[in-house]
Design a protein around this ligand. Structure first.
Ligand SMILES: *[C@@H]1O[C@H](CO)[C@@H](O)[C@H](O)[C@H]1NC(C)=O
Length: 312
C-alpha cells in the first residue's frame, strides 16, 4: 500500500516556503543596509573575495565562501592564519553572510584570513550534507598552503553553525589538517534533546523547533552518534575549546555539559556564560547596556583564544 506521510510533506513545504521568504528578506535588508543583528561595525565589512566550491559528495551542490583578507595582505608575505566561520541557521535558515561584521572584526584585529562558509541545509539536504560541506571547506584550505598557514587553522560558528564547526574539528583531529581551536557560540551539542521537554515553549515554537531538527536529522539517524552530537565524542579529539552562551538560552545545558566533560578530561576549555542573555543575544543588544558590555567581552575572549593559536 502506498503510504504518504502528509505531515512530513506539509512540514517540508512550510519550511521551504519560509526559506525562500527569509532568503529574499535577508537580501533586501542587506541591500538597503538596514542594521539588524549588530556586531561591532568595522570600517568595512565587505569580503575581499567570493568563492564557490563544488561539493565532493554531490557535484550539483555548491558551497559559497566569503573570504575576508587583512588589508595589509601582501602577496609576497608568508601564509596567513585562517579562521573558518559557520553562521547560525537552526540547520535550515539561509543566513550566510549574517556574521559579516564578526568576520571583518576578527580579520582586522587578528590579521588572519577569515573564511565565512555556507553549508547545505535541511530539508533538501539533511545530515550529513552540512558536515560534508564543512569538511570540503577544510580540504579547500588544506589545498592552498601558500595562502593559509596550515599550522594555524581555527574554526567557530553560531548555534547550528557552531555544532557543525565542532563536528568538523573533531573529524579533522587525526587527519592531515587538525584544527587548533574552536570558538562556539551557543552550540547544540546533545541532539538527543527533541524539544518536547521544553514545556515553556508555545505549541507553535515547539512545532517549529521539532520541524527544523527533524528536517536536518530525519528518523533513522542515531542522535547519540558522536558524529551528530559532539557531547558524546571522545574528549581527546577536542582542541582548545571556547563556549559562549547566555544563561537564559535553552541551549545553556548543552554548553555546560560539554564544558564539564572537557574540563574533567583535561581539555583546555573556557565556558563564558552571560547573565540575562537568551539565544542569539549578541545580535540584539542596545548600546550602553550590560549586554553591550558582555558582547564586547565575548568578542575579546574570541580574539584572545584565537590569538593563543596564531601567536604560537
Ligand atoms: C542529553 O539529552 C538527553 C535528552 O534530553 C538527556 O537525557 C541526557 O542527560 C543529555 N546528556 C547526556 C550526557 O546524555
Amino acid at each position: 500500500m502506498l503510504f504518504i506521510n502528509w505531515n512530513r510533506i506539509g512540514t517540508h513545504l512550510v519550511i521551504s516556503v519560509a526559506q525562500c521568504v527569509l532568503s529574499a528578506l535577508v537580501h533586501i535588508v542587506w541591500f538597503l543596509d538596514i542594521r539588524i543583528g549588530v556586531l561591532h561595525k568595522p570600517a568595512s565589512c565587505r569580503p575581499s573575495q567570493f568563492l564557490c566550491l563544488r561539493s565532493s559528495k554531490e557535484p550539483r551542490r555548491r558551497i559559497h565562501l566569503d573570504i575576508y583578507e587583512p588589508s595589509s595582505l601582501d602577496k609576497s608575505q608568508k601564509p596567513f592564519p585562517v579562521h573558518i566561520n559557520f553562521h547560525g541557521s537552526a540547520f535550515v535558515l539561509p543566513c550566510h553572510g549574517s556574521d559579516a561584521e564578526l568576520c571583518a572584526y576578527l580579520c582586522s584585529r587578528l590579521g588572519c584570513i577569515v573564511v565565512d562558509a555556507d553549508y547545505a541545509k535541511g530539508p533538501k539536504y539533511p545530515y550529513p550534507a552540512a558536515l560534508d560541506d564543512a569538511l570540503d571547506v577544510l580540504s579547500f584550505v588544506a589545498s592552498q598552503p601558500h595562502r593559509f598557514d596550515l599550522t594555524k587553522v581555527t574554526i567557530g560558528g553560531f548555534s547550528a553553525g557552531a555544532n557543525i564547526a565542532i563536528l568538523a574539528a573533531l573529524r579533522s583531529a587525526n587527519g592531515p589538517l587538525p584544527v587548533k581551536s574552536i570558538v562556539a557560540w551557543y552550540p547544540p551539542t546533545n541532539m538527543t534533546r527533541r524539544g518536547s521537554e521544553e514545556r515553556e515553549l508555545s505549541p507553535f515554537l515547539r512545532w517549529l523547533y521539532q520541524a527544523f531538527r527533524s528536517s536536518y536529522l530525519p528518523e533513522g539517524i542515531d542522535r547519540r552518534d558522536p558524529r551528530v552530537s559532539p557531547l558524546f565524542a571522545d574528549s581527546k579529539l577536542f582542541p582548545s575549546t571556547t563556549l559562549i552562551v547566555g544563561e537564559n538560552d535553552k541551549l545553556l545545558i548543552d554548553s555546560v555539559e560539554l564544558a564539564n566533560k572537557l574540563t574533567a578530561d583535561g581539555v583546555d576549555c573556557v565556558l563564558y556564560t552571560i547573565p540575562g542573555a537568551t539565544h542569539a543575544w549578541e545580535r540584539f543588544v542596545k548600546k550602553d547596556t550590560a549586554l553591550w558590555v558582555a558582547r564586547d567581552e565575548a568578542l575579546r575572549l574570541t580574539e584572545t583564544r584565537l590569538r593563543e593559536v596564531y601567536c604560537n
